[in-house]
Design a protein around this ligand. Structure first.
Ligand code: IMP
Length: 187
């Protein structure tokens, strides 16, 4: 069987983060999570859809006891920009009161989505509430956010892969990359 990540997808212009770099960073951050939580049970809350790939890898990079839940949100706005108005499409199955919650987000762009989510989750009375964000775009951030575990800062360009999509495609690429201009032109 051939490795689907072995060849660059024809729509990808540049690889911003290779699969190897992502996995190495996850191993480091996983160890930090293990140290920080020191045996306390963590409830990882993945923000769908983008975080599903990250959650699967992060889950296997930690050894602390961990449970998983997911939320799905949709932000009103154009295809590549959020408006800050967030709607919960799927809420958590679990009650987070008294639990150690770690929100797992693929990318923080303006920060508005996460800001909304954190306010919403804080009101439910978790014992602690921390954020894991694999990527951020520091030039774009509009609200101050307490990101405890941070993977990489990326330039202010639209990126796909490793859970991130453009029009629901490219989420399964094992790396993070930019799209060729022609992809947008054809859309
Ligand atoms: P924010 O509310 O502006 O921080 O936007 C966060 C959400 O926008 C992320 O969870 C992604 O779903 C989406 N997003 C932001 N930037 C990108 C990108 O470069 N590629 C793909 N999705 C992105």
């Amino acid at each position: 069987m051939t490795d689907p990540g072995a060849e660059l997808h024809p729509d990808i212009e540049d690889v911003v983060l290779s699969s190897e770099r992502i996995q190495a960073r996850l191993a480091e951050l996983g160890q930090r999570i293990d140290r920080d939580y020191g045996g306390r049970e963590v409830l990882m809350v993945g923000v769908l859809k983008g975080a599903f790939v990250l959650m699967a890898d992060l889950a296997r990079a930690v050894t602390v006891p961990v449970e998983f839940d997911f939320m799905a949100v949709s932000s009103y706005g154009s295809a590549t920009q959020t408006s800050g108005v967030v709607r919960i499409i799927k809420d958590l199955d679990l009650d987070i009161a008294g639990r150690h919650v770690l929100v797992v987000e693929d990318i923080v762009d303006s920060g508005l989505t996460l800001n909304y989510l954190l306010r919403n989750l804080r009101a439910r009375g978790p014992a602690s509430l921390e954020v894991f964000a694999l990527l951020s775009k520091p030039d774009q951030i509009r609200v101050e956010l307490p990101i405890r575990y941070h993977g990489f800062a990326v330039p202010n360009v639209f990126v796909v892969g490793y859970g991130l999509d453009y029009a629901e495609r490219y989420r399964n690429l094992p790396y993070v990359g930019t799209l060729r201009e022609s992809v947008y032109a054809d859309a």
